[in-house]
Design a protein around this ligand. Structure first.
Ligand SMILES: Cc1cc2nc3c(=O)[nH]c(=O)nc-3n(C[C@H](O)[C@H](O)[C@H](O)COP(=O)(O)OP(=O)(O)OC[C@H]3O[C@@H](n4cnc5c(N)ncnc54)[C@H](O)[C@@H]3O)c2cc1C
Length: 379
């Protein structure tokens, strides 16, 4: 009989990789990814933003708990800084100018701990930051200096390298196809052979519900939502120091990305789990929004893509042991913030899996892991 591992993690995105890392060699672990490369799905398609503002309070706390790790990772974790200062310019047209000022007042009053203050800008000041904004469209703006680009690939590699150094086996092209229970452990049939593990961690992203079904667990209605992005060239402008720009209600956003401009229409279309691709209409919306608020003409789209942001109904992560099925642990529903919260999410999952205390950065940030229990959806 093959070795029985303590833990098999299903899903080699940022979530699976982070818990593999934070288990810190305390258990024998395999990380299983169905694709030939890690981070192929949502993780490889994000906007790579880190911000403590403009999320729900709980997600703000999770991000706060993650900040120290990404700002000052352990020695050897990454060759490059994981965060690069970007800043975020919030803009509104004449219809929403008053609303923007209300959001600004709220953000000033509720600044996250340690955050630099937001600043109300005149239209001229907004144009100094982003010269191609159209003053006919932009009627109000404020600036949030506390927004960063995340080096997603380095973060993913850092987790994976650290996990491997602690003995985790990483298996790519290993789709979990079926599972059966034998005494105190699971036997997983994968596309690259059989594997035995006492506990299975479901970090399968958009596939969280179908993977749960393989183990006889009821779906928790964790639903993937498609989000589209395009990138365009913007000749004549140096984008390197330009901030990210968000419409005040996130009707759209754009930001510099590898020398080009990435634009998303911030779509959220519920779909079945799949290898997501962009729909023509959403691509057209992205180009339309940019044309509308700027003086740029979008004649050519260099690249377009889509990814799945996967949410439970309350838009909070689902982290914890199943109350229905033995040896089955949920780690899913990290939606549109799975990169920036991955340190705290990985730490919470590792603490629950090993029965150890929550790390102080998690408790200090005011995170209550009980909120994430799958029991809230298990009936
Ligand atoms: C356009 C877009 C913009 C975003 N912007 C941001 C942002 O700025 N900041 C931020 O923090 N987050 C952002 N996100 C969200 C972020 O990308 C996700 O929250 C995060 O990547 C989810 O990671 P994951 O590991 O849970 O899922 P995934 O990366 O999808 O990983 C799950 C993995 O499980 C594997 N899997 C599934 N079923 C099986 C099986 N049966 N066997 C083996 N493997 C399996 C899949 O192949 C997949 O690789 C964005 C997402 C999108 C789409």
């Amino acid at each position: 009989m093959s070795e029985i591992l303590d833990i098999a993690i299903i899903g080699g995105g940022i979530t699976g990789a982070s818990v593999a890392y934070f288990l810190q060699g305390q258990r024998s672990v395999a990380l299983l990814e169905q694709e030939s490369s890690l981070g192929y799905h949502a993780t490889g398609r994000s906007a790579a933003e880190f911000t403590r503002r403009f999320h729900s309070t709980v997600v703000g706390h999770l991000t706060q708990a993650s900040a120290d790790f990404v700002m000052d990772p352990p020695t050897g974790f990454s060759d490059v800084d994981l965060l690069r200062s970007r800043g975020n310019l919030l803009i509104a047209d004449s219809d929403k100018a008053d609303h923007l000022r209300e959001v600004y007042d709220r953000e000033r009053a509720n600044a996250p701990e340690g955050a630099r203050p937001v600043a109300l800008l005149s239209v001229e000041e907004a144009l100094e930051k982003v010269p191609f904004l159209d003053p006919e469209w932009v009627k109000a703006a404020f600036y949030d200096p506390d927004c960063w680009d995340v080096e997603v690939e380095n973060l993913l590699q850092g987790y994976t390298r650290g996990a491997k150094a602690n003995g985790v086996t990483v298996r790519q092209s290993a789709a979990v196809l079926s599972a059966r229970r034998e005494s105190d452990h699971w036997i997983l049939e994968t596309s690259s052979g059989e594997l035995r593990a006492r506990t299975v961690v479901n970090a399968a992203g958009a596939w969280a519900d179908p993977v749960a079904a393989l183990f006889g667990a009821n779906p928790l209605r964790i639903v993937p939502h498609r989000r589209t992005a395009i990138s365009v060239k913007v000749p004549g402008y140096d984008l390197s120091e330009m901030p990210e720009v968000n419409e005040i209600d996130e009707a759209f956003y754009f930001k510099p990305d590898a020398g080009q401009l990435m634009i998303s229409p911030a779509d959220e279309t519920p779909v079945d789990p799949h290898d997501a691709w962009p729909e023509e209409l959403d691509v057209a919306y992205a180009a339309h929004y940019l044309s509308e608020c700027s003086t740029l003409e979008v004649n050519h789209i260099a690249h377009s893509w889509a990814g799945l942001r996967t949410f439970a109904e309350d838009r909070l992560p689902v982290i914890g042991y199943s109350g229905q099925v033995p040896g089955f642990f949920w780690l899913a529903g990290v939606g549109g913030y799975g990169i920036q919260t991955s340190p705290a999410v990985g730490q919470i999952a590792a603490a629950l899996l090993t029965g150890t205390d929550m790390p102080t950065n998690v408790t200090k940030a005011g995170v209550d892991p009980a909120l994430f229990s799958p029991s809230r959806y298990e009936s």
